[in-house]
Ligand binder design. Structure first.
Ligand SMILES: NC(=O)c1ccc[n+]([C@@H]2O[C@H](COP(=O)([O-])OP(=O)(O)OC[C@H]3O[C@@H](n4cnc5c(N)ncnc54)[C@H](OP(=O)(O)O)[C@@H]3O)[C@@H](O)[C@H]2O)c1
Length: 282
């Protein structure tokens, strides 16, 4: 029941119809009997007015998604260390100030950890250099990966990520163009392959960033695409005997971290996963 003391949370972005954050967070509020609600706020433009308005009407926090994760920084009072390093925000907490955080990278690392795939000391091949890839790249370095190879279709974007990483952490990653030749030259040397491109995502479910012939059983293959849950990349990786991790764990753990920031609670991870799985097709 919504009453005068209900705390309001939400997500801002465009489009939002497919976002699973409202069902995930509202299921937690219901199960934990918290007097909170999570609402989708469709925001095309007018980002500054949105942030000021949400703060003014006492909204307690929002997630931020495409296309506002970087631009929103201009309208916040403070950033935590991780979001400042990454240069993008997916969570805002409103109190007397407007404070930005980024929980995507933490979510990805937790998704690997819960499948006993540690990042510390490991060689990582990261496909993509977009928003999600940036978060994963910085978090992997904070977790102590030994090498980071960034492969992106638009090499300039990968170069920029590698440069930002070097300037902000002193870690020397390598940026290469994403193509089959580069993939087959380097894939033998890496421990963990992470797809953070949108290749393989619905409706292009027959696409994969990596040809099956070069996948091998020593790899951990983590695909952050969650629609479908079992992408072509994961199916083929499984067929060659590699360990596979799908995108749902990252979604759960980034949401859990957001709830810790907003409400200082211990989130019900299993419930969050079940809620998401019931809304996702494999
Ligand atoms: N599991 C989770 O919790 C989670 C969280 C966030 C995102 N995601 C998923 O991760 C994917 C990327 O999201 P994002 O926010 O990082 O998007 P983004 O910022 O738009 O980046 C898209 C990335 O995909 C690459 N790409 C797109 N189409 C390609 C193609 N045909 N061939 C090769 N590369 C291509 C882009 O390369 P260019 O630079 O060359 O354009 C870029 O590196 C999406 O599928 C999203 O749903 C999952």
């Amino acid at each position: 029941m919504i009453d005068g003391s209900t705390e309001v949370f939400g997500i801002i972005g465009f489009p939002l119809e497919h976002s699973l954050s409202p069902v995930m967070h509202n299921s937690v509020f219901k199960a934990m009997k918290l007097n909170c609600i999570y609402i989708p706020f469709l925001v095309r433009k007018e980002l500054r007015q949105t942030i000021l308005g949400l703060h003014a009407v006492n909204v307690k926090g929002v997630n931020v998604t495409i296309p506002h994760k970087e631009e929103v920084i201009k309208y916040l009072d403070e950033l935590d260390e991780t979001s400042a390093m990454i240069g993008s925000v997916n969570t805002i907490k409103f109190n007397d100030k407007k404070v930005g955080y980024n929980t995507d990278g933490i979510g990805a690392v937790q998704a690997l950890k819960e499948k006993n795939a540690e990042i510390k000391g490991k060689k990582i091949m990261l496909l993509g250099a977009g928003g999600a890839a940036r978060s994963i790249a910085f978090q992997s370095i904070l977790e102590g990966c030994s090498e980071l190879l960034i492969l992106n279709r638009t090499k300039k974007r990968g170069d920029k990520l590698a440069l930002d990483i070097f300037e902000r952490t002193n870690f020397l990653g390598k940026s290469l163009k994403l193509n089959d030749e580069v993939l087959s030259r380097h894939i033998k040397e890496v421990d963990i392959l992470i797809n953070s491109t949108s290749l393989g995502m619905y409706p292009n479910i027959n696409e994969t960033p990596v040809p099956k012939e070069i996948l091998h059983e020593e790899l951990v293959v983590f695909d952050i695409v969650y629609n479908p849950l079992k992408t072509k990349l994961l199916r083929e990786a499984e067929e060659v005997g590699a360990k596979t991790i799908d995108g749902v764990g990252m979604l759960v753990h980034q949401g859990a971290e957001t709830l810790r920031i907003w409400l200082d609670i211990d989130p019900p991870i299993d419930l969050m996963r079940e809620t998401l799985l019931s809304h996702l097709k494999s």
